[in-house]
Design a protein. Structure first.
Length: 142
């Protein structure tokens, strides 16, 4: 399903602006930016028209953050009224760890990975560790 500015405004609880107005342009740019950041972190083959359904939801959530707080303010004050964003809350197009993990899982890049490696430890001048057995290792493992 393609990304749509009307869906973003539905999440904001506002009527969608007319195409071409400044609010529509800003929302469309936020949606495009959010999608391409997600695609870069996930799968290069994803396009705004062809992507897993959960990526659409994630792109709308990230674009919502970007649209509501484009300057990334942490605190605002007007006279006696003050508002502060929670510490550690995501800003703009930055992906949270949970979002990043979800993107990797959907892209098939999460889960267990194997890494080739060789461990060699010098102990008392002797080489120990695989493939050199430790003479004091009663289990025969290094």
């Amino acid at each position: 399903m393609a990304l749509d500015v009307a869906d973003l405004f539905k999440r904001l609880g506002k009527p969608a602006p007319v195409t071409g107005t400044p609010d529509w342009e800003r929302a469309n740019a936020a949606l495009e930016d959010a999608f391409w950041v997600i695609a870069a972190a996930g799968h290069p083959g994803w396009t705004p028209q062809r992507h897993p359904p959960v990526i659409r939801t994630l792109a709308l959530a990230v674009a919502d953050r970007r649209f509501r707080n484009p300057e990334g303010y942490v605190q605002e004050q007007a006279g006696e009224v003050s508002y502060r964003m929670p510490d550690g809350s995501p800003m703009g197009l930055a992906l949270t760890r949970g979002e990043q993990a979800l993107i990797e899982r959907v892209a098939g890049r999460g889960g267990l990975k194997s890494v080739n490696g060789r461990r060699t430890v010098l102990s008392r001048g002797l080489r120990t560790g695989y493939p050199f057995p430790d003479p004091e290792d009663s289990w025969g493992l290094a």
